[in-house]
Write a protein that binds this ligand. Structure first.
Ligand code: ADP
Ligand code: RBF
Ligand code: MG
Length: 159
C-alpha cells in the first residue's frame, strides 16, 4: 500500500512512450525517471485517483497509473496522470502537482485495447464519484495547491 494518504508528487511533464494515448482519448502526463525512481518502495503499482494542478491552473480530478503497463509489457516503470479536464493545448515542460488520495485497483493485462479503454473509463467514473466524498474532496484545497505558495497570481482561493 501507499505509505500514507494523501501522497504528494510535483515535477515537470515529459514526453512519454508516444504510444498515442491521446489518440485513444486518454492523454497521460508522464513524470521523468528521477521522480519515478525516487518513489518509496512500499508504493504498490496500480491505479490511483486524486487531484491535479498544472502550473497555476485550478485543481482538477485525476487518475494516475503507476507501474509497468502489463498490456504493453513495459520494461520501465512509469507514473502517468490523466487529468479530467479539456486543455486547449499540450503542457509538456509544465509543472504537474498530484495529490493521490486513494487506490482503485492493481494494473491488469487485457485481450484488446478496447478492453483497456473500457477499464480506464470505468476508473474515471470511479474517481469522479469517490472524489465528491468529503474525506477526499477536502484535499482539493490542500495548501500544496495554494496559489500564494506556488507564486501564482492569487484570486483569493486555492484553485
Ligand atoms: P506521451 O506519450 O508523450 O505522454 P500522451 O499521448 O500520453 O503522450 O499525451 C500526453 C500529453 O497530452 C501530456 O503531456 C499533456 O501535455 C497533454 N494533455 C492534454 N490534455 C491532457 C489531459 N487532460 N491529461 C493529461 N495530459 C494531457
Ligand atoms: N495499462 C495497463 O497495461 N494495464 C492497466 O490496467 C492500465 N490501467 C490504466 C488506468 C488508467 C486510469 C490510466 C490513465 C492508464 C492505465 N494504463 C494501464 C496505462 C496505459 O496503458 C497507458 O496510459 C498507455 O499505454 C499510454 O502510455
Ligand atoms: Mg503519456
Amino acid at each position: 500500500m501507499i505509505p500514507s494518504y494523501p501522497f504528494l508528487l510535483s515535477g515537470p511533464v515529459i514526453k512519454g512512450f508516444g504510444r498515442g494515448s491521446k489518440q485513444l482519448g486518454i492523454p497521460t502526463a508522464n513524470y521523468p525517471d528521477e521522480i519515478v525512481e525516487k518513489l518509496p518502495s512500499e508504493l504498490n503499482s496500480g491505479i490511483y485517483f486524486g487531484w491535479a494542478q498544472v502550473d497555476c491552473s485550478p485543481v482538477y480530478c485525476m487518475v494516475t497509473s503507476i507501474g509497468w503497463n502489463p498490456y504493453y509489457k513495459n520494461t520501465k516503470k512509469s507514473v502517468e496522470t490523466h487529468i479530467l479536464h479539456e486543455f486547449d493545448s499540450d503542457f509538456y515542460g509544465s509543472n504537474l502537482k498530484i495529490c493521490i488520495v486513494d487506490y482503485i485497483r492493481p494494473e491488469m493485462d487485457f485481450n484488446s485495447v478496447d478492453e483497456l479503454i473500457d477499464m480506464i473509463k470505468n476508473d474515471i467514473s470511479t474517481a469522479k464519484e469517490r472524489l465528491t466524498q468529503p474525506q477526499y474532496e477536502k484535499y482539493r484545497t490542500h495548501p500544496f495547491f495554494s496559489h500564494e505558495k506556488n507564486g501564482c497570481e492569487s484570486n483569493g482561493e486555492h484553485s
